[in-house]
Design a protein around this ligand. Structure first.
Ligand code: SF4
Length: 272
């Protein structure tokens, strides 16, 4: 198998076959991220992709799900993505879905009919690092899109029937911003249909803008106790809103985990 650059997949894709399609990130401007700082975005040739498919076929002929590498392979236009996706079943006849990371920007360059066609070709399971659904937090994080963009673009995925997952990051709004971030994010997510929401906590890495801001005391870090509180807000609103049911177990498990670590029982009073 060919793998270059930083290669990783989310924990819930652990059982998927991973194959290189792209490396790096097309954006590279999120204020908390230095994941691909010295790597420019590139895609592999169809020949290389087919060689890797052949190798997967030899080892796992019954593979049912592929995960494409890179921060956002979905950035490739419909025309560029199509030959790769269409080739998969020439080698893996039982492959049911092709998953990958995607950004909100990557959906923008595709029409609903193109998304529908990609879905019919097997593309299903986009992991979208929204991080938040609150405009102030999105701006602080440098995500380059707004809550309204998330709503518009993900509605296209809903229309096309493509399954997607959100990542929410606690602590990203800084001290004092956690509740507002959780409330606005939960309200936005409840208007959409993510299959689940995965939750991360912010880590400040050197060589990132947020790290510098914290160093200059422009940004105050939110403690883990407040992380837990804003998490509870998110959970509570999602639960009482219109969010699809499959989202609940994942949030609940993460929430229980945090409560357990803090030695607290879940569902204590929420001051919201
Ligand atoms: S968080 Fe994702 S989109 Fe943002 S710079 Fe890092 S890899 Fe790129």
């Amino acid at each position: 198998m060919h793998f270059s650059g930083r290669t990783w997949r989310p924990h819930y894709e652990a059982d998927s076959c991973i194959i290189e399609l792209t490396a790096g990130c097309t954006y590279g401007k999120c204020n908390f991220c230095n994941l691909y700082e010295n790597e420019s975005f590139r895609m592999v040739s169809l020949e290389q992709f087919e060689e890797d498919l052949q190798e997967i076929k030899a080892c796992q002929p019954h593979a049912r799900r592929l995960f494409l590498t890179g921060a956002n392979p979905f950035a490739l236009s419909y025309e560029r993505l199509k030959p790769y996706v269409l080739t998969v079943r020439d080698y893996l006849i039982k492959c049911q879905s092709i998953a990958m990371f995607a950004s909100i920007r990557d959906i923008q360059n595709k029409e609903v009919w193109q998304l529908r066609k990609l879905r019919a070709m097997g593309v299903n399971g986009l992991s979208i690092g929204t991080e938040s659904g609150d405009d102030d937090t999105l701006a602080l994080a440098g995500k380059g899109y707004t809550a309204d963009d998330i709503l518009k673009q993900c509605r296209k995925l809903d229309e096309a029937g493509i399954e997607y997952y959100f990542v929410y990051m606690t602590g990203l709004a800084g001290k004092g911003g956690g509740t507002c971030n959780a409330v606005n994010s939960a309200r936005l997510f409840s208007r959409l249909n993510p299959y689940f929401i995965s939750v991360d906590a912010l880590t400040l890495f050197p060589n990132t803008k947020l790290y510098d801001m914290a160093g200059r005391a422009v940004l105050s870090r939110q403690g883990r106790k407040r992380d837990c509180r804003s998490y509870r807000c998110l959970f509570r609103i999602c639960r009482s809103g219109h969010i699809c049911l499959p989202i609940l177990p994942q949030i609940f498990i993460h929430y229980l985990f945090i409560c357990q670590k803090k030695g607290k029982a879940p569902f204590q009073s929420c001051n919201m």
